[in-house]
Structures are given as structure tokens and as C-alpha cells.
Design a protein around this ligand. Structure first.
Ligand code: NDP
Length: 275
């Protein structure tokens, strides 16, 4: 079974660099998908209150036979739960659904700058980290301006920022910010929901390394030190996606993928998204 690299978060906790995302997996399929992923060697599950499938994630974990202590669980605060008290109660409800007494990582899912409640929300997250209900805390879809505000107005920097990132949207500005601040970059939609897999350069690299286009793209993320958690409801793709730890892209091929940025988003723009 694949040995998955671990990164160390600023909190001192380690995070498996590769995991399983459950966005857009129907509740009816979630427990079985999670079990398939755990059987294939995944030890990191990325869910969210807004995905509506935390209960089934918990059932999949419980039914897998893999001890909770070996699994890294992330969940994210729903957009309608910003605010100090609400962010705390929302995590308690998540823990109940997931069937656990802590998550490994709790994220503010979207900054919602027009609501402008993310600072007080973050202060609640700091309390949850101090209590141990969230081992590490972080954010998602934050831009440099909002990270600057947290740095100025609160005591803790996020351990991670989970952002849309793939060859067609490489996020150089945010990645440079993260590197300078010691924030770990998590890449959501790491294969752009499939949109980058027909790219000619990626297909040529897949032929060269005798891998699939998805494996080439996921390997590129790993070599950039991004954390990734591709989603699939297809068991053979779940196994394909984790089979990326037996080859390495050479620097020239990393550079070739580096030229494929075209500013293409698959999801909302955080500057304008209002939830
Ligand atoms: P991904 O980039 O992981 O792509 C998933 C899509 O690609 C699915 O349609 C899947 O189809 C297909 N696919 C998966 N593996 C392969 C493969 N090997 N070959 C061909 N096609 C494949 O997109 P997601 O948007 O799901 O992102 C991954 C995770 O990121 C989410 O599940 C979630 O955890 C997180 N996320 C976070 C967001 C945030 O705002 N913080 C926003 C969006 C995602 P099939 O299932 O049929 O195999």
C-alpha cells in the first residue's frame, strides 16, 4: 500500500499530503466511497457542513475498521454559521454527525468579505483549537487581504488555506504569500473536475511516465508541496488517484505544467462570492 507523505502544520500536527474529497458525493454513496478510499490506503477525508454528508462520512469511517486515530478529518464551517457563538455550535453539531470528539482541521469555508464576520468567526476557531475540539484551524478561499486582516486583528495565523488550484489556475500570488507566512496550501479541485485531463502536454507526460493524466496532475501537486484530496465515486479511479508515489516528474516536466496557467476557475471567485 502507498506510503503517503505527511506535512507538518504550524500547529505541530502532521497532515497526510494526499486524501479523499467528498464534495458532490450523494449521501447514499458517501459511506461506501469513504470505505473504498480507506481500503485503498487513504487516511485523510475532506468534508464540509455544506456538503450535507458528514453523518455518512462518520458511518464510512466507523464501518471501515480503520481506527479513528489513524484518520485525518477536515470539516468546514457553513456560510450561514459565521459569528462567534454560531461557529462553535456548528462544530459541535459536526462532531455529533461525524461521531468523533474532535476534528483534525476545521476551516472557515468562505471568507464572505461583504458579511465581514470572519474575524469574530476566527476568534471562535482559536477557542476551539485551545479546547482541542479542532486540533488545527485554517481557512478556505481567503485572499491575501483577508489573511492580512487576520494577522493584524487576531492572535493566530491559519495553519492552511484551501484554495482552488490546478494547472489551469496556479495561484502564484497566494502560494508565495503562504510560503512567506508558513501557511500550508491545500488545493481544491486538484484536477479541475477533469477539465485539465485532455490538455495535450499533460497527455504527452502521461505517455512518457506510463501514468494517467490525472496521476500526472496529482503528482505535480505533491511535488509543489500542495495538499490534495481528489474526489471520485468510481472505485478504480479512487485507486488510480492514490497510485502516484512510485514516480517523480523531472524539473523540465514540472516547468512544462507550470506554463499551463490560464486563470481558469471551475468554482466561484472568492472576491465576489456571497454564499
Ligand atoms: P476534482 O478536481 O477532485 O475532480 C473530481 C471530478 O473528476 C469528478 O467528476 C470525478 O468523477 C472526476 N475524476 C476523479 N478522478 C478521476 C480520474 N482519475 N480520471 C478522470 N476523472 C476523474 O474536483 P472536486 O471539486 O471534487 O475537488 C476535490 C475536493 O476538493 C472536493 O471533494 C472537496 O473536498 C474539495 N473542495 C473544496 C472547495 C472549497 O471551497 N473549499 C470547493 C470544491 C472542492 P467521478 O466521481 O465520476 O470519478
Amino acid at each position: 500500500m502507498a506510503s503517503i507523505p505527511q506535512l507538518i502544520l504550524p500547529t505541530g500536527h502532521s497532515i497526510p499530503q494526499f486524501g479523499f474529497g467528498v464534495f458532490q458525493i450523494d449521501c447514499a454513496d458517501t459511506a461506501a466511497s469513504v470505505r473504498t478510499a480507506l481500503e485503498a490506503g487513504y487516511r485523510h477525508i475532506d468534508t464540509a457542513q455544506m456538503y450535507g454528508n458528514e453523518k455518512e462520512v462518520g458511518e464510512g469511517i466507523a464501518g471501515s475498521g480503520v481506527p479513528r486515530s489513524e484518520i485525518f478529518i477536515t470539516t468546514k464551517l457553513a456560510n450561514d454559521r459565521h459569528g462567534y457563538d454560531s461557529a462553535i455550535t456548528a462544530l459541535d453539531e459536526s462532531l455529533e454527525r461525524l461521531g468523533t470528539d474532535h476534528v483534525d482541521l476545521y476551516l472557515i469555508h468562505w471568507p464572505l468579505p461583504r458579511k465581514n464576520r470572519y474575524v469574530q468567526t476566527w476568534q471562535a476557531f482559536e477557542k476551539l483549537a485551545a479546547d482541542g475540539r479542532a486540533r488545527s484551524i485554517g481557512v478556505s478561499n481567503f485572499q491575501p487581504e483577508q489573511l492580512d486582516t487576520l494577522a493584524k486583528e487576531t492572535d493566530t495565523l491559519p495553519a492552511v488555506n484551501q484554495i482552488e488550484l490546478h494547472p489551469a489556475l496556479q495561484q502564484e500570488r497566494l502560494r508565495a504569500y503562504h510560503r512567506a507566512a508558513g501557511i500550508v496550501t491545500e488545493a481544491w479541485s486538484p484536477i479541475a473536475q477533469g477539465a485539465v485531463l485532455d490538455d495535450r502536454d499533460i497527455r504527452e507526460l502521461a505517455d512518457k511516465y506510463d501514468k494517467t493524466p490525472a496521476q500526472v496532475v496529482l503528482r505535480w501537486h505533491i511535488q509543489l508541496d500542495n495538499v490534495v484530496f481528489p474526489k471520485s465515486i468510481n472505485a478504480s479511479r479512487v485507486r488510480e488517484n492514490i497510485d502516484i508515489f512510485d514516480f517523480e516528474l523531472d524539473p523540465g516536466d514540472m516547468a512544462t505544467i507550470g506554463t499551463l496557467d490560464r486563470g481558469h476557475r471551475t468554482g466561484p471567485d472568492p472576491d465576489t462570492f456571497t454564499g
